[in-house]
Design a protein around this ligand. Structure first.
Ligand code: ADP
Ligand code: MG
Length: 340
């Protein structure tokens, strides 16, 4: 019903300098939902740093303390989809009403709303209603509000009403305790030096940290071998290699043009032919998504376009991928190719 995952609890969310503020703000909100100045509570930070986990933990704790309260967790993507469906089915008002009677609304990855003006608009009204009635709103995002693009100003200003708390990359000690806690829960014994080796070498992402440990355990049980430092070295090396390989704009252009069986010159050309324009827009979209390059720099590398063209391309891809099934498939296929 509430879509909450009970494993994502506060107990399992290990504390460290990197998350202390966000974690304690979460605890404060959980003990007095709607009754603190942390409304909305916005948790932001990079991939795999625990945003989803912490958001669930708050909801799980509230459900525990206040069983009568309605708590709902939903990703911004699913929220958007529901909204679009409600418009199609002519029951936009039911959609709004459903959300307005919730006591605690948790929306994950609100950066997904960028460029989606219809959904932003409806969320604005829901937010205002909840806030005025003392209901708690919890949001997560991969960026701080100041860095969010294509979110309406009035919504951004609401995001800043409460508290924005950042999840940073955990330090070594916290990484070790996260691993130990996970091993303990899974009932696996692992020598201290191996745990430390993994924690020392995988730094930027808790999901990968856990992934490395999981594949270490799997490898050893599959090959009926002991977990040794040598085995740990091999697995960690694989993980580090995979994450270091930053996707470049050149590589993105190659993958996209291969996918549509055209060459890069065609992709970059001035033509207005629809399928070429779409391929170019996809390349821009993925460059924005997978690299840290600015819009201007992306534009100059993909056929010498300006930043407005890139911005427009990103919006177009966002829109088409929610309204056009075939296009959605392009996005999913290329995402897969870029992620391996
Ligand atoms: P995000 O939503 O920021 O991408 P997630 O919440 O999905 O990240 O976290 C990725 C994984 O790391 C999850 O399995 C989560 O349980 C784990 N994790 C992240 N931070 C912590 C922490 N402080 N303690 C324990 N596990 C954590
Ligand atoms: Mg998440």
């Amino acid at each position: 019903e509430s879509q909450l995952n009970p494993n994502y609890s506060f107990e399992n969310f290990l504390e460290g300098d990197s998350n202390r503020l966000a974690r304690s703000a979460g605890l404060a909100v959980a003990s007095k939902p709607g009754g603190t100045s942390f409304n909305p509570l916005l948790i932001f930070g990079g991939v795999g740093l625990g945003k989803t986990h912490l958001a669930h933990a708050i909801g799980v704790d509230i459900k525990d303390k206040y069983p009568e309260k309605t708590v709902l967790y939903i990703s911004a993507e699913k929220f958007t989809q529901q909204y679009i469906d409600s418009v199609k089915k002519n029951n936009r008002n039911d959609f709004i009403h459903f959300y307005q009677i919730i006591d605690v609304l948790i929306i994950d990855d609100v950066q997904f709303l960028s460029g989606k003006t219809g959904t932003q608009d409806v969320f604005f009204h829901i937010f205002n209603h909840l806030h005025q009635n003392g209901k708690q709103v919890i949001l997560t995002s991969d960026k701080a509000p100041v860095d969010m693009q294509d979110i309406e100003q009035r919504l951004l200003s609401r995001f800043k009403w409460g508290l924005s708390a950042e999840l940073q990359t955990p330090d070594f000690e916290t990484r070790v305790s996260i691993l130990k806690n996970k091993l303990y829960r899974d009932g696996v014994d692992m020598p201290e030096d191996i745990i430390e080796y993994v924690a020392k070498n995988i730094k930027s992402n808790v999901r990968e940290l856990e992934g490395a440990i999981i594949s270490l355990i799997a490898q050893s049980s599959f090959n009926k071998k002991e977990i040794t430092l040598d085995l740990a070295r091999i697995i960690v090396e694989k993980f580090v290699k995979n994450t270091k390989r930053e996707v470049s704009i050149d590589y993105i252009q190659k993958v996209v043009s291969d996918y549509f069986q055209m060459d890069i010159d065609t992709l970059q050309s001035k033509t207005r032919k629809r399928h070429i324009v779409q391929a170019r827009q996809l390349a821009m979209f993925f460059a924005k998504k997978f690299t840290k390059a600015s819009l201007a720099s992306i534009g100059s590398q993909i056929g010498k376009r300006d930043h407005a063209t890139v911005l427009h391309a990103c919006k177009t891809v966002d829109n088409l991928s929610t309204t056009d099934k075939q296009f959605r498939k392009y996005v999913d296929d290329i995402t897969k190719k870029l992620s391996v």
